[in-house]
Design a protein around this ligand. Structure first.
Ligand code: FE2
Length: 334
């Protein structure tokens, strides 16, 4: 029973108005529409060799449909199905073509209730880097990661590292001995998945990788000039001296991060356990530099769908004023 997960490959998000959402991601941010069908629009970045990395799906409220983890071969799906059945974890086979351009897939509900899709086959698409028409200033190249909120961080840590083979770039233990945030990777950068100890299951954001940090400045300029300045929720700022990021609300209410980080994580030993600093207090801010986060960023997270019927999963209740959250971003993403 062997398999190998490559990286976070795509996300499906809910959009109340598909054309409005397309306008945000394609007309304003410069992503590329590969294909559409009734109820779904499939987008990719300019350095994306595959059909889609972001699916906009018609729904009556925002939220996360699922996130897709690409595996190294289609045979890996059988091994993953066996693994999850042995663990008593809910699985669902998705036939080829259910999502345009995508081959057979396996969806599971991970131990904290998040909708995960494993897939290998996806139609190839033209890589657009180097084509003048796609040099618009905001160069979104591909998807990077998904960050979620759950009170079940230990369960998630064990599942993703021991069962699925993720490395951790860092995790942090708070003064109660609980993992309060963690960054897990399969590819060679900071993370494919992040988890924060907050009520859940809820999605905190998904992140699109941009070519360089000026793309983020130009995104903010373009949003402002497009009358969408209010969609810039938090940042720009730096988590570390090596990265640059901004968090946006899209037109549908989903949160998307534009992100670039210069570091490579090429040694398996690069795994850092951090200790929460006692009584740091204060507002959540970018840990290296940046403005304090608005309350919306701290507390307002997105629901996630059931893999069975697409209903939104209930979350454990939010606790406003939780002091562990007010200092939760003060340590860098190692
Ligand atoms: Fe998918």
């Amino acid at each position: 029973m062997s398999f190998s997960i490559l990286h976070t490959g795509h996300v499906e998000i809910r959009a109340v108005d598909l054309e409005r959402a397309r306008g945000f991601y394609v007309d304003v941010l410069g992503m590329v529409e590969t294909e559409r069908e009734p109820g779904r629009i499939y987008l990719r970045g300019i350095d994306d060799p595959f059909h889609h990395c972001l699916t906009l799906r018609k729904a009556n409220s925002p939220g996360l449909g699922h996130y897709g983890l690409r595996v190294s071969s289609s045979g890996d799906l059988d091994a993953l199905e066996e693994l999850h059945k042995k663990k008593g974890i809910l699985t669902r086979k998705i036939p080829a073509g259910h999502e345009k351009g995508q081959g057979e897939a396996l969806r599971v509900e991970d131990p904290a209730g998040f909708p995960v899709e494993f897939y290998h086959d996806m139609d190839r698409a033209d890589i657009l880097v180097g084509k003048a028409a796609y040099r618009q200033g905001i160069e979104i190249t591909r998807i990077d990661h998904v960050t979620n909120c759950t009170p079940e961080t230990k369960k998630e840590f064990d599942y993703y590292t021991s069962a699925l083979g993720f490395a951790f770039s860092s995790y942090r233990i708070n003064d109660k001995g609980v993992i309060d945030r963690m960054f897990l990777r399969r590819k060679e950068n900071t993370h494919d998945l992040g988890f924060q100890n907050q009520p859940g299951p809820r999605n905190r954001h998904f992140a699109l990788w941009v070519k360089d940090w000026p793309s983020i400045i130009r995104a903010c300029d373009t949003l402002t000039m497009s009358g969408l300045k209010d969609k810039i929720e938090y940042g720009p700022g730096r988590h570390t001296p090596f990265d640059f990021a901004v968090y946006l609300h899209d037109t549908e209410g989903n949160r998307v991060e534009l992100y670039h980080d210069e570091r490579m994580f090429i040694d398996p030993e690069y795994s850092v356990v951090q200790r929460a600093q006692a009584n740091v207090g204060g507002q959540v801010s970018f840990p290296f530099w940046g403005m304090p986060a608005p309350e919306s960023y701290i507390y307002d997270q997105l629901p996630v769908e059931s893999i069975i019927d697409g209903s939104l999963k209930p979350s454990t209740p939010e606790i406003r004023g939780d002091s562990s959250l007010t200092e939760s971003s003060l340590l860098p993403r190692m």
